[in-house]
Design a protein around this ligand. Structure first.
Ligand code: PLP
Length: 478
C-alpha cells in the first residue's frame, strides 16, 4: 500500500486532473453484494487500479488549482498511519491521555506560531484549542456556545421571555461572501434562517464587509426588537480571499455584546509568516478563531483547528456526563475531555499528524511552503495582467487569483457564458483543474495555488494551457 501511494504521487501528473467518469459509473463495475467469502488483497488492488482510480479527481496533482487546496505531505501521511495504526478513540482524557494532551500542546504550539493572544492558549486556564474535522464543525460548535451565552444573557435581562421566543429573535451577521457553513450552522442551531444577514459587499471594498453596513443592519434589527448575537468575520473569503475589517468588526461585536468569530479556513495558514500576520490583527477582539491546516499547511485532511478564549459556554452547550463515561479524572475536573468540545463522541488521534508536520518541517519549512505558493500566484497574476484579453477581478493577497476572459467586441457570447465555457473546456480536457465563482454577479475563474506539489513551472504551464484554450474559444485556433 505504501508503494502504491508512493507510485501514485510519482505518476500523478499522468492522470487527467478531474475525473472523467459519468454519474453512476461504478455500480455496473462492482458486484451487487459484498463477497460471502474473503477475497485477496491482490483482487482488491486490481479493482483499485481499474475501477476506483478512474473515479478520482486528483487533488494532489500539481496541476490542481480548484476550490482551495487540500494538502498532503509525507509527514502528514506518517501521522495518519500512526493514527490508523494506534486507532484509539480519544473522546475523554482517560481513553488515551496522550491523545488529549498532545492535542492541547500542538494547538498551543500552532497558536503561538500565529501569535494568537495568550487567552486563546490552554495555559490561560479558560481558553484553548481543539481539532475539529472541518471548519463547518468549528463554526457550528462556536455558534452553539454563542447561542447558550446569548440565551443566558436574555433570560437575565428580559424576565418572562421564553427561551423559544428569545431563540426566534437571535440574529447572525456576516458578509454575502461568507462560506455557506455559517448558514448551515444556523440551520443546525435552530437560528431562524430569515435572521441570517449575509450583508452585501462589492468591488468598492474588495468584497470585504463594510463596518457601516454592519452597523446599519444591527441598528435596524435592534429597532425591530431582534437580538444580535453572532458576528462572523472572514479572513480570506472562499470566492476571492477577501479580508473583512477584523478590528472594526471586533469593536461592533463588543458594543452589542455579540459573540465574534473569525473564520480563516484557508488564509489563516499564511499568518504563520510574519509578513502576513497583520491580516490577523483584530483576533484579540474575537471570542473564537478557526483555520484549516488541512487546506494549506501540509496536514492531511482532516484537521481543522479552532481556538477560543473561554470554553465555558461551549461546555455548557455540549457537555454531558453519562454514567458509563464517568471516571475519577473527569469527575474531579482535572482534565479536558474533548468530547465536550465537539458534536460527536468519538474522535481520532488527529493531533499526531499536526505534531508530525510541525516537527518534520519546522516553522521555517512551513513558512517557505506558504511563500513559494504566494510567489507562484503572484507570477500567475502578472501573466494574466500582461495579456489584455484577460482581466484580474479582485486583489491577489494570498495565493488565489480571480480573473476572467474579456469578450471580443461583436461576440455572441456574454462574458459569463464565455468564461463558463473556458472553465468547462479546461476541466473536461483534464490538463489542469480550475473552479469558478461569481463576484457581483460576474462569472469569475478562480486559480488557487496551494497543492503541495505545485511549483512555479506548473503555474507557468497552466497559464499556457489557459491561453491555448482562450485562443481556441476566441478565434477558433488551438
Ligand atoms: N470557511 C472558508 C473561508 C472556506 O473557504 C471553506 C472551504 O473552502 C470553509 C469555511 C469550509 O471548510 P470545511 O470544508 O472545512 O468545512
Amino acid at each position: 500500500m505504501v508503494d502504491f501511494v508512493a507510485d501514485y504521487h510519482r505518476d500523478i501528473e499522468s492522470f487527467p486532473v478531474r475525473s472523467q467518469v459519468k454519474p453512476g459509473y461504478l455500480r455496473p463495475l462492482l458486484p451487487d453484494s459484498a463477497p460471502a467469502e474473503p477475497e485477496t488483497v491482490e483482487d482488491v488492488f486490481a479493482d483499485l487500479w481499474s475501477k476506483i482510480l478512474p473515479g478520482i479527481t486528483h487533488w494532489q496533482s500539481p496541476k490542481f488549482f480548484g476550490y482551495y487546496p487540500c494538502n498532503v505531505s509525507t509527514a502528514g501521511m506518517l501521522g495518519e498511519m500512526l493514527c490508523g495504526g494506534l486507532n484509539v478513540n480519544g473522546f475523554s482524557w482517560i481513553t488515551s491521555p496522550a491523545a488529549t494532551e498532545l492535542e492541547t500542546i500542538v494547538l498551543d504550539w500552532l497558536g503561538k506560531l500565529l501569535h494568537l493572544p495568550e487567552e486563546f492558549l490552554s495555559t490561560s486556564g479558560k481558553g484553548g484549542g481543539v481539532i475539529q474535522g472541518t471548519a463547518s464543525e468549528a463554526v457550528l460548535v462556536v455558534m452553539l456556545a454563542a447561542r447558550k451565552r446569548a440565551l443566558k444573557q436574555v433570560s437575565s435581562a428580559a424576565q418572562g421571555m421564553s427561551e423559544a421566543e428569545a431563540l426566534s429573535k437571535l440574529v447572525v451577521y456576516s458578509s454575502d461572501q461568507t462560506h455557506s457553513c455559517v448558514i448551515k450552522a444556523c440551520q443546525v442551531a435552530s437560528i431562524a434562517t430569515e435572521n441570517f444577514r449575509p450583508l452585501p459587499t462589492d468591488a468598492s471594498t474588495n468584497f470585504a464587509l463594510s463596518p457601516a453596513v454592519v452597523r446599519k443592519a444591527i441598528a435596524a434589527d435592534v429597532e425591530a426588537g431582534l437580538i444580535p448575537f453572532f458576528l462572523c468575520g472572514t479572513l480570506g473569503t472562499t470566492s476571492s480571499a477577501a479580508v473583512d475589517p477584523l478590528e472594526e468588526l471586533g469593536d461592533i461585536a463588543k458594543e452589542y455584546g455579540m459573540w465574534y468569530h473569525i473564520d480563516a479556513a484557508y488564509a489563516g495558514n499564511a499568518c504563520i509568516c510574519p509578513e502576513f500576520r497583520h491580516y490577523l490583527n483584530g483576533v484579540e477582539k474575537a471570542d473564537s478563531y478557526n483555520m484549516n491546516p488541512h487546506k494549506w499547511l501540509l496536514t492531511n485532511f482532516d484537521c481543522s483547528t479552532l481556538w477560543m478564549k473561554d470554553s465555558e459556554f461551549l461546555l455548557a452547550a455540549l457537555s454531558n456526563k453519562p454514567v458509563f463515561l464517568r471516571n475519577e479524572a473527569t469527575d474531579n475536573n482535572l482534565v479536558v475531555d474533548y468530547k465536550d468540545w465537539q458534536i460527536p463522541l468519538g474522535r481520532r488521534f488527529r493531533a499526531l499528524k499536526l505534531w508530525m508536520v510541525m516537527r518534520l518541517y519546522g516553522t521555517s519549512g512551513l513558512q517557505s511552503f506558504i511563500r513559494s505558493h504566494v510567489s507562484s500566484a503572484k507570477h500567475f497574476e502578472s501573466l494574466v495582467r500582461a495579456d489584455s484579453r484577460f482581466e484580474v477581478m479582485a486583489p491577489m493577497t494570498f495565493s488565489l487569483v480571480c480573473f476572467r476572459l474579456r469578450t471580443l467586441p461583436g461576440s455572441q457570447d456574454t462574458s459569463n457564458s464565455l468564461n463558463s465555457k473556458l472553465v468547462d473546456a479546461l476541466n473536461r480536457k483534464g490538463n489542469i483543474l480550475v473552479t469558478h465563482t461569481e463576484l457581483s454577479g460576474i462569472y469569475t475563474v478562480r486559480f488557487a495555488v496551494g497543492a503541495t506539489h505545485t511549483e512555479l513551472q506548473h503555474v507557468q504551464a497552466a497559464w499556457e494551457v489557459i491561453q491555448a484554450e482562450a485562443n481556441h474559444l476566441l478565434n477558433g485556433k488551438q
